[in-house]
Design a protein. Structure first.
Length: 327
């Protein structure tokens, strides 16, 4: 079976894909030329501590190594993914960025870090993993007994295990939201938000560490709060490499932002404040292009935009890079 996560090299959009990006670059009017990337965040293990990086390889399945691993719970032979919804303490599991030498994982309560073997060297059991937010069953390769014992002690749960994504996984509802690929995400490969939107929610809620709470992959600057709601895509280009970041829909948020990212302890939920102005019901009153989606999801709270990537050539996003907005 092909293993998308083990390649971690930029996908090349051949033929029609490259032509589409070139056509958009040349023929469409663009606005928002002042938009730039201000932060890139990678979460090597789903729902665990994320990393702020200055550059990241972009693939059609998202930023390299983002949600490449997950922690699962195996009960009576059934494997279920874990997130901070069920286990807030996952926020205290701190992975380094995976490299050719493997990955180190730290936890304040453990005397030494866990070393995870490089991709392709574990040869463990492949679990069929489900989760109540997923539309599918996802395969993950078990990373062995040492990793399981370390996590069991760190999280005080004997049934947890570490897995690495294997296989291929399309994003949901391609007939509605377009085609994309992802790993262990709950839907799309990336989340994009603006600095101004993060600042707005932080100011209204009185909470800090909003980027860590909201868990975006790409944060941009140069726009007003929630201006990203009106964008349909962004284009990045450097020399012969290019990427189009498609924004198929706004992201409905769960309770994870209530978890304090440094301690893993649940606290005040910013969504309670956001309900007054970021619910589908309230956003229906705006001039958003997503009114049909809001109409079907009036009770949801929305923040950030889901992303599908179309990549041509070797794309390495860097903090400070310009993005050209398509509305």
């Amino acid at each position: 079976m092909a293993d998308a996560a083990s390649k971690w090299r930029p996908a090349v959009a051949l033929g029609a894909g490259a032509v589409v990006i070139a056509a958009w670059l040349k023929s469409r009017r663009r606005s928002g030329s002042g938009i730039r990337i201000s932060e890139l965040r990678v979460h090597p293990i789903k729902s665990c501590r994320g990393l702020s990086v200055v550059r990241a390889v972009l693939m059609d399945a998202g930023l390299a190594h983002d949600r490449e691993y997950a922690i699962i719970k195996v009960t009576d032979g059934k494997a279920v993914a874990l997130t901070q919804r069920e286990m807030p303490a996952l926020a205290t599991i701190v992975p380094d960025m995976p490299t050719d030498d493997g990955m180190l994982i730290r936890h304040a309560g453990m005397h030494s870090p866990l070393h995870v073997s490089p991709a392709g060297q574990s040869h463990g059991k492949v679990h069929n993993i489900s989760y109540h937010e997923w539309w599918d069953v996802v395969q993950g390769e078990d990373q062995g007994e040492e990793a399981a014992r370390w996590l069991a002690e760190a999280l005080d749960d004997r049934e947890v295990r570490l897995v690495r994504f294997v296989g291929e996984r399309p994003t949901p509802e391609p007939e509605t939201f377009g085609e994309g690929r992802t790993l262990f995400s709950d839907g799309f490969s990336m989340l994009l938000v603006s600095e101004a939107s993060l600042a707005d929610v932080g100011a209204r809620s009185g909470l800090s560490n909003m980027s860590e709470r909201m868990r975006p992959n790409i944060v941009v600057t140069g726009c007003d709060a929630f201006e990203e709601d009106s964008w349909s895509s962004l284009i990045w280009q450097r020399d012969s490499a290019s990427a189009r970041l498609l924004l198929p829909k706004p992201c409905a948020r769960c309770c994870i932002p209530r978890v304090e990212p440094r301690t893993g302890v649940p606290g005040p939920d910013p969504l309670r404040v956001m309900k007054a102005y970021r619910s589908g019901r309230e956003l229906l009153k705006t001039t958003s292009p997503h009114k049909a989606h809001y109409e079907m999801n009036k009770g949801e709270i929305f923040f950030g935009q889901n992303v599908n990537a179309v990549v041509s050539g070797q794309v390495v996003l860097c903090v400070g890079d310009a993005l050209h907005v398509e509305k």
